[in-house]
Design a protein around this ligand. Structure first.
Ligand code: CS2
Length: 471
């Protein structure tokens, strides 16, 4: 699209590679399909200002390079009209959310960006940054930014707003609404009362399910794009050809015609999200931790190990599929087959380290849901337990400074000095932010975890091959 002609209509929080390769592309496609120019995106980076700095000299333009079979030619995307560093310009972020021209706030801030208290499922008001945001400092957390923006809209009468979470969390819309309301309720009474009344009447939080594998861009990717494009694009992203977006149609005001760009509007987003988390993301995590335990650098390397593919297939077929309700239009067997084919894309370079990061935030949603459902039904979640044991092994064998997880220090804190399987498994099972009661004290689960942990720790890849193939 010609740059400079778009009007901003969306504020996006969390301008990482995923947002550029997914949300920005769907939005540009919707504008191209309808001829609308109302949906320019104001992108906000959260903790690091790198992407804002990369995009600024390029007028927000960036390249999407699809990798793998069926890849489209390079594409320059122009739907981002402004890129702001939220860390450095928090007041501007609030102003943009509060602008009357803004109708939708989208967010991809990853699981940890929501600041959820694992014990209550609501906002962690003990988090130092949440506390600072509540005291009236220019907000730095996504929930603080959104709530302060809504508060300013209420004061200025800027009109309704839709907040659209695009992160891998079940019921992400409802959850975001709960967190925003919890933030509003924690403000002084004089502020919270009017804010909550306005919010209830003017703001909605639809749920969505997003899907596209987008690895972190490497220098090698940038060089390859430069070679193909003839220009250096510091903000280029690589992605698989596949992309999907399922959205609950509950908008407070105007929205882009994302359906004209291939998004599916559905009343059953919860089922789509559960299927994605417990099939795709669960097996992604399983491959990541099995790969990390056996020196495999990428997801495609991990899935090309026959025994790991078998373990994934069996987890999907025996543990996950029997315990979820699929949305209409999704065929479980076909979906699982496609997911494994997508993982095998050798051109993507999706690293096991990246997918394995932030495990404390991911395994509960992806794997322990399935574990619980099986235990409740009196079945042993043998394969899901393998993935959890591999995560435990990753936590216990990674140097503290290398463990990429917001709870790294707390996890290190519960690990015993002796790293034997018999010591590590119960110690991590006692970590209540992840394994609540009764799961953390379930003997059958502890036994199957210990079984797998011993094999990984003592016999490595050969032991895994033997046990998976003959188990
Ligand atoms: C991955 C996801 O990094 C991860 O945890 O499992 O980012 C995955 O690539 C996406 O959800 C695919 O849509």
């Amino acid at each position: 699209m010609p740059t400079g002609t778009l009007r901003p209509g969306i504020v996006h929080l969390g301008l990482g590679a995923f947002a550029r390769a997914h949300t920005a592309v769907f939005t540009e496609n919707a504008m191209l399909a309808t001829g609308s120019s109302d949906w320019g995106i104001v992108g906000v980076t959260q903790r690091s200002d790198t992407v804002a700095r990369q995009l600024a000299p390029q007028n927000g333009l960036f390249t999407v390079a699809e990798r793998g079979s069926g890849a489209a030619p390079l594409r320059v995307v122009s739907s981002i009209v402004e890129a702001i560093s939220g860390r450095d310009h928090p007041e501007t972020v609030v102003d943009r959310i509060a602008a009357a021209t803004t109708h939708v706030v989208t967010l991809t801030v990853t699981e940890k960006g929501y600041r959820i208290d694992p014990h209550t499922g609501s906002l962690n008001t003990a988090d130092p940054q949440v506390r600072a945001d509540l005291t009236g400092h220019p907000p730095q957390t996504a929930i603080g930014q959104i709530t302060r923006g809504i508060q300013q809209r209420a004061r200025t009468g800027a009109g309704p707003l839709t907040v659209l979470s695009c992160d891998n969390l079940p019921g992400n819309g409802e959850l975001t609404g709960t967190l925003v309301r919890a933030f509003a309720a924690a403000l002084p009474d004089t502020e919270s009362g009017p804010l909550l009344t306005w919010l209830d009447a003017n703001v909605t939080f639809p749920s969505t399910m997003v899907d596209r594998m987008v690895p972190a861009t490497t220098e090698g990717d940038l060089d390859a794009v430069e070679h193909e494009l003839g220009l250096r694009d510091e903000a280029a992203v690589v992605a698989e050809p596949f992309m999907q977006w399922v959205i609950e149609d509950n908008f407070a005001g105007r929205r882009p015609a994302w359906e004209d760009a291939g998004a599916l509007f559905s009343t059953d987003v919860a089922a789509w999200e559960a299927a994605k988390l417990r099939l795709l993301n669960a097996s992604h995590s399983m491959l990541a931790y099995l790969g990390l335990a056996t020196g495999k650098e990428t997801i495609s390397d991990a899935v090309s190990e026959d025994s790991f593919r078998t373990a994934c297939r069996r987890m999907l077929a025996e543990d996950a599929l029997p315990t979820i309700s699929l949305p209409q239009g999704l065929h479980g067997g076909t979906y699982c087959q496609q997911v494994l084919e997508r993982f095998a894309n050798p051109a993507l370079g999706h690293t096991t380290a990246k997918v394995g990061s932030d495990g404390s935030q991911k395994i509960g949603l992806r794997l322990l849901t399935t574990v619980r459902a099986n235990l409740d039904a009196g079945r042993e979640p043998r394969w899901a337990a393998l993935a959890v044991a591999a995560w435990m092994h990753h936590v216990a064998t990674t140097a503290p400074s290398d463990l990429n997880d917001p709870l790294a220090a707390e996890l290190q804190g519960v690990l015993p000095a002796s790293r034997t399987p018999e010591a590590v498994v119960p110690a991590l099972l006692g970590f209540r932010s992840i394994f609540d009661d009764p799961l953390g004290s379930h003997e059958g689960f502890a036994d199957v975890l210990l079984h797998w942990y011993r094999i990984i720790d003592t016999h490595g890849l050969d032991g895994l091959r033997n046990e998976i193939n003959h188990g």
